[in-house]
Every structure is written in C-alpha cells, then in structure tokens.
Design a binder for this molecule. Structure first.
Ligand SMILES: [Zn+2]
Length: 287
C-alpha cells in the first residue's frame, strides 16, 4: 500500500469530524486505551475539530482538547446511529465519540491524549508551520529547513519540526516533480521554496477527497509518478524507478525515485562510489 495518512488525510478527517460534532453534546465519549480508560466524556460539548499537521485536535466545551494521530494506519469513521461499523475488528477501536446524530469511531488511533486546551502546545508546539494550516508560513518553513543544511532533503521534508503535514507520498512525488535526488543535502537543493510549494500544492489538490493523486489521474496505477512504482518505467524518461530506505536507524522510510530525472549530484555520487553508509540502500523486499 502506498497511501498512508498525511496532512491532507487529517485535514479532510477534521473537516468531516467538525461538521458532525461541532456544537453538539456527546452522549457517549469513551476510550479503549489504558491512559484514557477511565475517561467518560458523556455530556460534554464539542467546540471544534481542527487539524494541526498530522495531529487531529478535538476541542471540547469544558476547555479540554483530545489529540489523536493516525500514524500509518489510523482513521476516524463516521456512522449514523444504528449503522453497522465496518472499519475493522472491534479490537481495533480506540475511541468512540457519539452524539444524537453521529457515531465517530476511531480505529487504530495513536498518541491519544486529553489535555487542557490551554496546554495544547505541549502536544503540538514542536511542529513547524502547518502546510495546510490557515497560518502557513513558507519563509519560516524554509528557515527551519535551512537551519540544517547537511540534512538529506528526503529526511528533512518528513521532519515535522521543519514543516508539519508532509508524509512519504508527497515527499517522493514533490522531489520527483522538482528533479531533486532524495539524498541531496538541503543546502544543495536548487530551489527549496519551489520544492516546498510543490508539495503544498499537491496536498491542497487532494485534501477534499481521500485519494492521494499527484498526476491528476485517480485511476489506480496512474495516480503517482514514482511512489509505489519500483521496477516500473519512469513516466517521463522510461528509466527504471528505484526504491531505497532512507532516514535514521529505526525510522527508515521507503523512498522511490527516478535516477535520471532526479540525477544525483556530488557529494552523493562520491558517497555511493566509496560505499559510505549514507548512500541509497536498495531494498530487496517491498513493504
Ligand atoms: Zn525519469
């Protein structure tokens, strides 16, 4: 599977959750995670639901905020009361927020936390500018990226402290569209503003629907340039798309790229020739 929740997924989830819950009173609010097992939100009003990067914040009328995070596999499903839930086995349910009109069921949610709204910063204060936020700040995102000029751009774009919301698909697709090698140093990216803007444009184009297409086509197999296309021909030049692991140990993410459209420049070439551990590592298995 290529698609995992990124900022646009969370943005759409927040929009739908907000439409369902804002202004209503919960008749049921319960959690199936140890840290919130004793919490009962029945009778509490919901003020609003907002995205912050890849975090979803449900602000309650009693001045508390529920934070949830999708990571790789989480989701909120909305059902009308009496409808059968179908987001997975019951053991995957982590939260239920229900009103008279809606049942919001959180499957495989991560990082569930309930804090005073005034202390939201303890959960999301470390995040860089929100790519899809109303206060998006390109200059600040660029400043944070450039503060680590030696970082690999493919890693830096995923670091939510630089800018919040970009995930793996929009990372690899924007790098392809801008002809940037994923292992390039931030300082060597010719037009960093264009790269970041391209990623944001892709996310803006996708935020109103659950699919993540970067080519303009929603047809399966035609919806990405390089993501999920290892071993297939580049749509632009016909070169075989490569797949490698990138990122710090234990946090590696897969990266697809076209070695011709995204030609490596030194010192990456040099690193690859000398076999330094930092050069792209081909993967033998897909995951
Ligand atoms: Zn190519």
């Amino acid at each position: 599977m290529v698609g995992v929740p990124e900022g646009d997924t969370v943005w759409l989830a927040a929009k739908r959750m907000h439409a369902a819950l804002a202004g209503a009173t919960l008749r049921r609010g319960e959690f199936r995670v140890p840290q919130l097992a004793a919490v009962d939100l029945a009778g509490v009003g919901v003020r609003e639901v907002v995205p912050r990067g890849k975090h979803l914040l449900t602000r309650l009328a009693d001045d508390r905020t529920l934070r949830s995070h999708f990571r790789m596999d989480g989701s909120w499903h909305l059902y009308r009361p009496g409808t059968r839930w179908h987001g997975g086995p019951a053991s995957d349910v982590r939260a239920v927020l229900a009103t008279d009109d809606w049942e919001c069921v959180g499957y495989r949610l991560h990082d569930l936390a309930l804090v005073p709204t005034a202390e939201e910063h303890t959960l999301v204060g470390h995040l860089g500018p929100d790519v899809l936020g109303p206060d998006w700040d390109l200059d600040e995102a660029l400043r944070r990226l450039r503060a680590h000029p030696d970082a690999q751009i493919g890693v830096a774009l995923l670091d939510q402290r630089n800018l919040a919301g970009i995930g793996n698909v929009y990372k690899v697709e924007s790098l392809f569209l801008c002809g940037v090698h994923p292992w390039a140093r931030v300082a060597d990216v010719p037009d960093l503003a264009n790269l970041v803007t391209r990623a944001r444009t892709l996310m803006l184009a996708n935020r109103e629907h659950p699919e993540q297409s970067t080519t303009g086509s929603l047809r399966r197999g035609e919806d990405h340039w390089v993501a999920g296309r290892r071993g297939r021909q580049c749509r632009r030049c016909g070169t075989t798309i490569l797949l490698g692991e990138q990122g710090p140990a234990t946090e590696e993410r897969v990266t697809w790229w076209c070695p011709r459209c995204q030609a490596a420049r030194s010192p990456i070439d040099a690193a690859a020739r000398t076999g330094e551990p930092d050069h792209p590592r081909p993967l033998t298995t897909y995951r």
